[in-house]
Write a protein that binds this ligand. Structure first.
Ligand code: ZN
Length: 438
């Protein structure tokens, strides 16, 4: 099984299903074919746009009343900046014990591991579970899922219906007060993407004195928004993680958390700690003006805003207006996407199966629920009441901070041992699931 999973991961990377957000990109049909070849059984294919294929395989359970478990992996990946890579991002190279390539940790490692775990059930080499077991290879996760999970949940629930779901993302372990702590992604922040727009008055660029320059007004608004302190929420998940990690109490104190985060050495760990305790605001696209000799009469910015539980559009707009101060009168705020944060409970049989497999593999039952800062396809299923987790296992060659940096970053890679561990761990979860599901 272990060599199979590595070969499959390499092939999924080489398929280069790069999703740049345009409907013609992705072409996940290539990875559907790879997976169908590997599994040896044809899937139900759903292809809402040419080449944008998702594939479902379902193994019926023995008890129609038992809950259905789905394993879901996306097959698309985000684009790369070639200059930042020291290897071919779509070569799937195996070197120094790592598989290199775009998607190695997001999330082709899991997509491949789940296929390997699923195959013996599909082929009848393992007895069926009480409930159905489903494997879904899904397109378009990296562009909000409209041609993938969003479409399937809305239009083809008959194919993807489930009660429990394992999907992304698998975090590496953290060093806790009494040994390693294993994060399980049980929830995610909600995107509240926002467009800011400013209108000015055009005139000749040689006469700037007293001009109404939209670029200048927007630049001030953006700088104010990016520097202002954002609202804090201390979630139960964060409080529990702080306890497990033995962090000082300031980390879970709304008044002390900002100063506490400054004491963290690893910049990516600090960014994570900040993101799971704050509304985050990242102005990522700014456009203004038309020509160097015309005072800019229009400027706009796209801001990636992410909310915690309890924060909504009202929180976002109030924050923006306060941060911009007097400039706010000049700025139109346009909501682009409003999605609340979501999460799954942990008093479930799937959590029990996860912890039991963790104990088999590590001797520890120290699983902790954590919040993802990014959005995943899990949200479509949670909206339908499905319990969804993201979990895997890594060796110690992928520390937490490095993992976060590789995510959509340069030189994305995963150790061979981590992929093997994750495969064995997930197989164990399904094994335990067969005993505890009810
Ligand atoms: Zn992903």
């Amino acid at each position: 099984m272990s060599d199979e999973v590595i070969g499959l991961l390499q092939q999924l990377i080489r398929n280069a299903c790069v999703n740049d957000g345009t409907p013609a990109s992705g072409q996940e049909i290539r990875s559907v074919e790879t997976l169908a070849d590997y599994l040896g059984v044809g899937p139900q294919v759903v292809e809402p746009a040419p080449g944008r294929a998702s594939a479902v395989w379902r193994v019926p359970g023995t008890d129609p009343k038992a809950p259905t478990l789905m394993l879901m992996g996306h097959t698309d990946v985000v684009p790369v900046d070639l200059e930042g890579w020291s290897r071919d991002p779509f070569g799937g190279d195996l070197s120094d014990g790592f598989v290199w390539g775009r998607g190695a940790v997001d999330m082709l490692n899991l997509t491949a591991a789940m296929a390997c775990v699923f195959k013996p059930y599909l082929r009848g080499d393992r007895p069926p579970l009480p409930g159905d077991l489903v494997y879904l290879a899904v397109a378009d996760e990296e562009a909000a899922g409209g041609l993938g999970a969003g479409h399937l949940v809305d239009e083809r629930w008959d194919l993807v219906a489930c009660d429990y779901l394992l999907t992304e993302i698998a975090f590496p372990a953290l060093q806790g007060a009494d040994g390693p702590v294993y994060p399980v992604a049980t929830g995610e922040k909600g995107p509240y993407w926002t467009r800011l727009e400013v209108r000015g008055t055009p005139r000749h660029g040689s006469l700037p004195y007293g001009a109404d320059n939209a670029a200048v007004t927007l630049a001030k608004a953006i700088a104010d928004v990016a520097q202002a302190p954002t609202p804090v929420v201390i979630t139960p998940e964060w409080e529990r993680l702080c306890g497990e990690l033995g962090l000082p109490p300031e980390f879970s104190d709304p008044e002390g958390v900002d100063a506490a985060i400054e004491t963290l050495d690893d910049p990516m760990v600090a960014a994570y700690a900040h993101a799971v305790t704050h509304l985050t605001v990242s102005p990522n696209v700014i456009e203004a003006g038309v020509k160097a000799n015309i005072v800019a009469d229009r400027a706009e910015a796209q801001i990636d805003i992410r909310a915690l539980p309890g924060q909504d559009r009202g929180t976002v707009d109030a924050f923006l207006r306060k941060a911009m101060g007097e400039t706010a009168d000049r700025v139109e705020i346009h909501p682009v996407a409003d999605h609340p944060a979501n999460s799954s409970p942990i008093d479930t049989p799937l959590w029990e199966a996860v912890v039991s497999s963790l104990e088999d593999h590590t001797g520890s039952r120290h699983a902790v629920p954590v919040t993802m800062t990014a959005t995943t396809d899990a949200r479509f299923f949670r909206r339908r009441g499905v319990v969804a987790y993201g979990v895997g296992l890594y060796d110690d060659r992928m520390p937490f901070g490095e993992f976060l940096a590789a995510f959509h970053g340069n030189d994305e890679r995963v150790s061979v041992e981590s992929v093997r561990l994750t495969t064995s761990f997930l197989a164990g979860v399904v094994d335990h699931w067969a005993r505890v599901c009810r």
